[in-house]
Ligand binder design. Structure first.
Ligand code: GUN
Length: 293
């Protein structure tokens, strides 16, 4: 069994990007600039956004963090989005989700210019992804694909089972893995809350991607010997003995599942750090106008 070390891989990729930024600087090109908008005070979201901004600064990007209170109206947020769409200095931006209940997330996502949508959440980018056209890939599925690629894990022709059909992880991951590309060309089954006989599906998987948001849902008896398991879960589980009062748990019962795997991602230190590098890569592509000329 080999651990897929997302933390180490993310560090390597960030070092590669930092070298590219140095080159851009030397050549007098535009330094990539990411803006992140966060509304409200969800503690986990604040941690994620801080990580994104710090990672940008580490690779030499410029970054702008826009923080507003939970009382911010939808109209005010749409104005911020409009300003960022029209600011030539900003190459790409994200609006951290979830948003407070009184703001319509769909409306906000649709308001983002697809050319600056480095989260890859806009339906234009999603549609382009589904059709194999140039686009910004959503961060988590892009991170998963990079892990499989950099670890030389064979995907073509494999039975791949994805648990969870969210717009930002499960559904795009299932599309990317089945796309005619490398890594890709897998035979993909997308399972969800209405799937019958779930363990029968998961036990067939050569590659199992779990994105349910349910701590330790996947147990040892649900996994085939030699499988590759990608655990997207980052669940905060209360633990009085932990420094912060909680511990991060994946969607996979690691101790039971890991001994059966050929490869497995840990939580923390697996998929999580890779999502940030995906965002950074998308921002670099945005600054280079690689996707939308
Ligand atoms: N909330 C959880 N994941 C993400 C992400 O990748 N981007 C944004 N904007 N919000 C999120």
């Amino acid at each position: 069994m080999q651990i897929i070390d997302g933390k180490q891989l993310a560090t390597t990729i960030k070092e590669e990007i930092a070298r590219e930024v140095q080159q851009i600087k030397t050549q007098g090109g535009k330094i990539p600039h990411l803006a992140a908008v966060i509304i409200g005070d969800d503690p986990a979201s604040h941690v994620y956004v801080r990580n994104k901004v710090l990672s940008c600064e580490k690779v030499g990007f410029e970054s702008t963090l826009i923080k507003r209170g939970a009382e911010t109206s939808e109209e005010e947020l749409l104005q911020i989005v409009d300003q960022l769409n029209n600011d030539d200095n900003i190459d790409g931006f994200i609006v951290q989700l979830p948003l407070p209940k009184h703001i319509n997330e769909e409306k906000v996502t649709l308001a983002i210019d697809p050319r600056k949508d480095v989260d890859g959440f806009h339906p234009v980018n999603f549609g382009r992804m589904a059709q194999g056209l140039p686009c910004y890939l959503p961060a988590t599925p892009f991170g998963i694909i990079q892990m499989l690629d950099r670890y030389n894990i064979d995907v073509e022709g494999k039975e791949c089972v994805v648990l969870g059909r969210s717009n930002i992880v499960g559904t795009p991951a299932s599309i990317l893995l089945s796309r005619k590309a490398r890594p890709g060309n897998a035979t993909v089954t997308l399972c969800h809350s209405r799937t019958k006989n779930l363990p029968e599906h998961t036990r067939r998987a050569d590659i199992l991607v779990v994105a349910l948001g349910m701590p330790e849902f996947v147990t040892g008896n649900m996994v085939k010997e030699g499988a590759v398991v990608i655990d997207v879960g980052t669940n905060r589980v209360e633990d009085a003995t932990a420094k912060r009062g909680y511990r991060l748990k994946g969607d996979v019962k690691f101790d039971e599942v890991a001994p059966k795997c050929s490869y497995i991602t840990p939580v923390p230190g697996g998929v999580g750090p890779m999502t940030v590098t995906s965002l950074i890569m998308n921002t670099l592509r945005a600054a280079r106008k690689e996707v939308y000329a």
